[in-house]
Design a protein. Structure first.
Length: 300
């Protein structure tokens, strides 16, 4: 099944995809996080009610928001999870070189970075001179758990969607080698367009691509991950509870702008498209906004 958060009549509603439309779930079902966290019988009843008698919104005219709109914590992220991406960055980390990691590298980013699948990506050259793209597969947790073994990890997944982990490389290097700041600028991380349940996906053969202004810059298979999804969930949940609605980014394949020669960075007006077959696409344009405000911080 495919689920979406839809902007409709001034409200945000959860919908389930049918052949040619989204069937809207009852307003009483709440948002996507409420639906995911609901007991299975209540969730299934709401989905059946939508499919049987819910209002219909044609797929072609639906306005999609990010599928997850309410966060109880930061977006959870994985770095260096494709070895080709780790290798391409060698010598280009501004003195912050590390050995190949023996366990997943985790960081987090602010939920205020999250935008919808067609929303403009905020851009302000005074904040950063190095805006980079990163096509990623995102996991949506469906069942709470702590210290989850790899053998049970997939049971805790509600579904998958796409993310573009737009990064500000100079900010990423500026703050002592940790990445929170260079990954958390407001309005810069497209998420969506829909959440697809695992039964519809051949996960290892999902092909992630990123095009900038029509030029293909990233193209990789999920099977190339350094640490597979089961291991990511087991490691991340080790002593730490994962909750329904948590979003986990799983890393990006090679081809990022910072590692290219010459480097390619995003600018006002650039169109960035992240796609992956049945998961759909994120199609966003960089748009200049005032992120700097009254700050007196100087970058560069």
């Amino acid at each position: 099944m495919k689920f979406a958060t839809l902007r409709w009549n001034g409200l945000e509603r959860v919908g389930v995809a049918t052949d040619a439309a989204f069937a809207l779930l009852p307003e009483t079902s709440g948002d996507m996080v409420t639906l995911i966290a609901a007991p299975a019988d209540i969730r299934d009843a709401a989905i059946r009610a939508a499919i049987d008698a819910g209002e219909r919104l044609p797929l072609a005219s639906a306005q999609l928001a990010a599928p997850i709109r309410r966060f109880r914590r930061d977006v959870l992220c994985t770095g260096w999870n494709y070895w080709d991406h780790f290798e391409e960055g060698k010598g280009k980390r501004d003195g912050q070189e590390v050995d190949r990691p023996k366990a997943p590298t985790f960081f987090s980013k602010s939920p205020d970075a999250v935008i919808g699948p067609t929303d403009p990506i905020a851009f302000d050259a005074r904040i950063s001179q190095k805006w980079d793209y990163e096509a990623e597969l995102a996991i949506i947790i469906g069942k709470a758990g702590r210290s989850i073994p790899k053998t049970k990890a997939l049971d805790h997944i509600f579904g998958y969607c796409l993310a573009n982990d737009v990064s500000q490389r100079d900010l990423q290097r500026r703050h002592g080698g940790q990445w929170l700041k260079g990954k958390s600028i407001d309005g810069t991380m497209p998420l969506g367009p829909v959440i697809v349940t695992p039964d519809e996906l051949d996960i290892p053969n999902i092909r992630l691509q990123c095009h900038v202004n029509g030029q293909k810059l990233q193209d990789g298979l999920v099977a190339q991950m350094a640490f597979p999804i089961e291991e990511l969930i087991a490691e991340l949940s080790f002593g730490m509870t994962l909750h329904p609605g948590d979003v986990i980014l799983t890393g990006t394949p090679s081809g990022v702008g910072n590692a290219r020669e010459p480097q390619i960075f995003l600018h006002d007006g650039d169109e960035v498209v992240v796609s992956a077959g049945i998961l759909g696409e994120l199609r966003n344009r960089m748009q200049r906004v005032d992120l700097y405000g009254d700050s007196d911080i100087m970058i560069g």
